[in-house]
Ligand binder design. Sequence first.
Ligand SMILES: O=C(O)CCC(=O)C(=O)O
Length: 205
Amino acid sequence: MPGDMLTCAREKCNSWLIDYDARKIGGGKVRGRYKKGLLLATRIFDDLFVDPLLLETMEDLFAPHGFCFSGSSIKAVVPGEDSRRMHIDDKIFSEARLPSPCMINVLVALDDFTMETGATHIVPGSHQWEEPVEEDVDYISAEMKAGSALLLHGAVWHRNGSNRTSDQERRSVSFAYRTRQVHWDTSHDVIDELPEKLRDIYCSG
Ligand SMILES: O=C(O)CCC(=O)C(=O)O
Protein backbone atom coordinates (compact mmCIF):
# COMPACT_ATOMS: atom_id res chain seq x y z
CA MET A 1 0.00 0.00 0.00
CA PRO A 2 1.44 3.41 -0.90
CA GLY A 3 2.58 5.42 2.16
CA ASP A 4 0.06 8.24 1.72
CA MET A 5 -2.84 5.76 1.42
CA LEU A 6 -1.60 3.93 4.51
CA THR A 7 -1.44 7.15 6.54
CA CYS A 8 -4.93 8.13 5.41
CA ALA A 9 -6.36 4.65 6.10
CA ARG A 10 -4.84 4.50 9.57
CA GLU A 11 -6.25 7.95 10.40
CA LYS A 12 -9.74 7.33 9.04
CA CYS A 13 -10.52 3.69 9.62
CA ASN A 14 -11.31 3.90 13.33
CA SER A 15 -14.38 6.01 12.60
CA TRP A 16 -15.72 3.32 10.21
CA LEU A 17 -15.29 0.31 12.48
CA ILE A 18 -18.32 -1.25 14.13
CA ASP A 19 -18.23 -3.18 17.40
CA TYR A 20 -19.02 -6.87 17.58
CA ASP A 21 -18.50 -9.69 20.06
CA ALA A 22 -15.18 -11.37 19.34
CA ARG A 23 -13.76 -14.39 21.17
CA LYS A 24 -11.53 -13.56 24.10
CA ILE A 25 -8.35 -15.52 24.84
CA GLY A 26 -9.25 -17.96 27.62
CA GLY A 27 -13.01 -17.73 27.03
CA GLY A 28 -15.72 -15.07 27.01
CA LYS A 29 -16.06 -12.07 24.74
CA VAL A 30 -14.04 -9.02 23.91
CA ARG A 31 -15.17 -5.96 21.90
CA GLY A 32 -13.96 -6.70 18.37
CA ARG A 33 -14.13 -4.15 15.54
CA TYR A 34 -14.75 -4.52 11.80
CA LYS A 35 -16.28 -2.84 8.75
CA LYS A 36 -17.67 -4.61 5.70
CA GLY A 37 -18.44 -3.06 2.32
CA LEU A 38 -15.63 -0.51 1.92
CA LEU A 39 -16.75 0.41 -1.60
CA LEU A 40 -19.80 2.06 -0.09
CA ALA A 41 -17.83 3.73 2.70
CA THR A 42 -14.83 5.30 0.96
CA ARG A 43 -12.98 5.91 -2.31
CA ILE A 44 -9.48 5.91 -0.74
CA PHE A 45 -8.69 2.29 -1.64
CA ASP A 46 -9.92 2.33 -5.25
CA ASP A 47 -6.41 2.53 -6.74
CA LEU A 48 -5.26 -0.37 -4.58
CA PHE A 49 -8.08 -2.61 -5.78
CA VAL A 50 -6.93 -2.09 -9.39
CA ASP A 51 -3.19 -2.20 -8.73
CA PRO A 52 -1.68 -3.38 -12.08
CA LEU A 53 0.51 -6.09 -10.52
CA LEU A 54 -2.46 -7.50 -8.59
CA LEU A 55 -4.71 -7.48 -11.65
CA GLU A 56 -2.02 -9.18 -13.75
CA THR A 57 -1.65 -11.86 -11.06
CA MET A 58 -5.43 -12.42 -10.95
CA GLU A 59 -5.59 -12.67 -14.74
CA ASP A 60 -3.00 -15.49 -14.61
CA LEU A 61 -4.62 -17.27 -11.67
CA PHE A 62 -8.17 -17.12 -12.97
CA ALA A 63 -7.50 -17.80 -16.67
CA PRO A 64 -9.32 -18.66 -18.85
CA HIS A 65 -12.61 -17.64 -17.18
CA GLY A 66 -11.53 -14.29 -15.80
CA PHE A 67 -12.17 -12.73 -12.41
CA CYS A 68 -14.08 -10.00 -10.68
CA PHE A 69 -13.78 -7.95 -7.54
CA SER A 70 -15.51 -9.65 -4.64
CA GLY A 71 -15.75 -7.17 -1.79
CA SER A 72 -13.60 -5.57 0.85
CA SER A 73 -13.52 -5.07 4.59
CA ILE A 74 -11.42 -3.87 7.52
CA LYS A 75 -10.89 -5.88 10.66
CA ALA A 76 -9.10 -5.00 13.88
CA VAL A 77 -7.81 -7.93 15.90
CA VAL A 78 -8.04 -6.25 19.30
CA PRO A 79 -5.90 -6.80 22.43
CA GLY A 80 -7.04 -9.99 24.14
CA GLU A 81 -8.85 -11.33 21.05
CA ASP A 82 -8.43 -15.04 20.37
CA SER A 83 -7.62 -16.61 17.02
CA ARG A 84 -10.49 -17.79 14.80
CA ARG A 85 -10.83 -21.41 13.82
CA MET A 86 -8.74 -22.65 10.89
CA HIS A 87 -10.74 -22.23 7.67
CA ILE A 88 -10.48 -21.88 3.91
CA ASP A 89 -12.12 -19.02 2.03
CA ASP A 90 -13.14 -21.22 -0.93
CA LYS A 91 -15.54 -23.07 1.37
CA ILE A 92 -18.35 -20.67 0.44
CA PHE A 93 -18.11 -22.05 -3.11
CA SER A 94 -17.89 -25.71 -2.12
CA GLU A 95 -21.35 -26.52 -3.54
CA ALA A 96 -20.25 -25.37 -6.97
CA ARG A 97 -17.31 -27.84 -7.27
CA LEU A 98 -15.23 -25.34 -9.18
CA PRO A 99 -11.49 -25.60 -9.83
CA SER A 100 -9.41 -24.14 -7.03
CA PRO A 101 -8.84 -21.35 -6.24
CA CYS A 102 -12.29 -19.82 -6.51
CA MET A 103 -11.07 -16.83 -4.55
CA ILE A 104 -7.89 -14.94 -3.72
CA ASN A 105 -8.02 -12.83 -0.57
CA VAL A 106 -5.57 -9.93 -0.27
CA LEU A 107 -4.79 -8.89 3.28
CA VAL A 108 -2.98 -5.56 3.71
CA ALA A 109 -1.55 -4.75 7.14
CA LEU A 110 -2.53 -1.34 8.53
CA ASP A 111 -0.47 -2.10 11.66
CA ASP A 112 2.59 -4.34 11.94
CA PHE A 113 1.59 -8.01 11.96
CA THR A 114 3.67 -9.74 14.66
CA MET A 115 3.27 -13.00 16.54
CA GLU A 116 2.11 -10.95 19.56
CA THR A 117 -0.47 -8.84 17.69
CA GLY A 118 -2.04 -11.81 15.87
CA ALA A 119 -0.23 -12.21 12.53
CA THR A 120 -2.15 -14.57 10.23
CA HIS A 121 -1.46 -18.29 10.76
CA ILE A 122 -0.99 -20.16 7.47
CA VAL A 123 -0.63 -23.90 6.90
CA PRO A 124 1.94 -24.09 4.07
CA GLY A 125 0.95 -26.34 1.14
CA SER A 126 -2.51 -27.03 2.57
CA HIS A 127 -4.24 -25.73 -0.59
CA GLN A 128 -3.36 -29.12 -2.07
CA TRP A 129 -4.76 -31.21 0.78
CA GLU A 130 -8.01 -33.13 0.52
CA GLU A 131 -8.90 -33.20 4.22
CA PRO A 132 -9.63 -30.42 6.73
CA VAL A 133 -6.83 -29.63 9.18
CA GLU A 134 -6.91 -30.02 12.98
CA GLU A 135 -6.69 -26.84 15.08
CA ASP A 136 -3.25 -27.94 16.39
CA VAL A 137 -1.76 -28.32 12.89
CA ASP A 138 1.72 -26.81 12.28
CA TYR A 139 1.51 -23.33 10.78
CA ILE A 140 3.68 -20.33 10.00
CA SER A 141 2.91 -16.78 11.18
CA ALA A 142 2.78 -14.17 8.40
CA GLU A 143 4.66 -11.41 10.19
CA MET A 144 4.81 -8.26 8.08
CA LYS A 145 5.18 -4.51 8.32
CA ALA A 146 2.25 -2.11 7.99
CA GLY A 147 1.61 -1.50 4.28
CA SER A 148 2.66 -5.02 3.24
CA ALA A 149 0.25 -7.49 1.67
CA LEU A 150 -0.43 -11.19 1.95
CA LEU A 151 -2.23 -13.03 -0.86
CA LEU A 152 -4.20 -16.01 0.37
CA HIS A 153 -5.08 -18.80 -2.07
CA GLY A 154 -8.75 -19.67 -1.46
CA ALA A 155 -7.98 -23.27 -0.53
CA VAL A 156 -5.16 -22.62 1.95
CA TRP A 157 -6.02 -23.20 5.63
CA HIS A 158 -5.51 -20.11 7.77
CA ARG A 159 -6.81 -17.99 10.65
CA ASN A 160 -5.88 -14.76 12.39
CA GLY A 161 -3.54 -15.27 15.35
CA SER A 162 -4.51 -14.23 18.84
CA ASN A 163 -3.59 -10.75 20.02
CA ARG A 164 -1.60 -11.15 23.24
CA THR A 165 -0.76 -7.47 23.67
CA SER A 166 -2.60 -5.23 26.13
CA ASP A 167 -2.72 -2.16 23.90
CA GLN A 168 -1.90 -2.80 20.22
CA GLU A 169 -4.66 -3.39 17.67
CA ARG A 170 -3.79 -5.34 14.53
CA ARG A 171 -5.86 -3.73 11.79
CA SER A 172 -5.99 -4.94 8.20
CA VAL A 173 -7.81 -4.17 4.98
CA SER A 174 -8.86 -7.26 3.12
CA PHE A 175 -10.33 -7.54 -0.34
CA ALA A 176 -10.94 -10.45 -2.63
CA TYR A 177 -11.15 -11.40 -6.27
CA ARG A 178 -13.14 -14.40 -7.39
CA THR A 179 -13.58 -16.45 -10.52
CA ARG A 180 -16.18 -15.29 -12.99
CA GLN A 181 -17.50 -18.85 -12.99
CA VAL A 182 -19.53 -17.87 -9.92
CA HIS A 183 -22.42 -15.50 -10.44
CA TRP A 184 -23.75 -13.60 -7.48
CA ASP A 185 -26.35 -10.90 -7.28
CA THR A 186 -24.48 -7.83 -6.18
CA SER A 187 -25.80 -4.44 -5.22
CA HIS A 188 -25.22 -1.86 -7.92
CA ASP A 189 -25.79 1.08 -5.56
CA VAL A 190 -22.23 2.21 -5.83
CA ILE A 191 -21.26 1.28 -9.36
CA ASP A 192 -21.69 4.72 -10.95
CA GLU A 193 -19.24 6.23 -8.48
CA LEU A 194 -16.41 3.84 -9.27
CA PRO A 195 -13.44 4.70 -11.47
CA GLU A 196 -13.65 2.94 -14.84
CA LYS A 197 -11.03 0.26 -14.14
CA LEU A 198 -12.74 -0.78 -10.92
CA ARG A 199 -16.17 -0.69 -12.56
CA ASP A 200 -14.84 -3.16 -15.16
CA ILE A 201 -14.02 -5.74 -12.52
CA TYR A 202 -16.96 -5.00 -10.22
CA CYS A 203 -18.92 -8.17 -10.56
CA SER A 204 -21.85 -7.87 -12.87
CA GLY A 205 -22.13 -11.64 -13.35
O1 LIG B 1 -7.13 -11.54 9.71
C1 LIG B 1 -6.45 -12.53 9.44
O2 LIG B 1 -5.29 -12.67 9.82
C2 LIG B 1 -7.04 -13.65 8.63
C3 LIG B 1 -8.23 -13.21 7.84
C4 LIG B 1 -9.13 -14.34 7.48
O3 LIG B 1 -9.15 -15.35 8.10
C5 LIG B 1 -10.00 -14.21 6.33
O4 LIG B 1 -10.12 -13.10 5.76
O5 LIG B 1 -10.61 -15.22 5.91
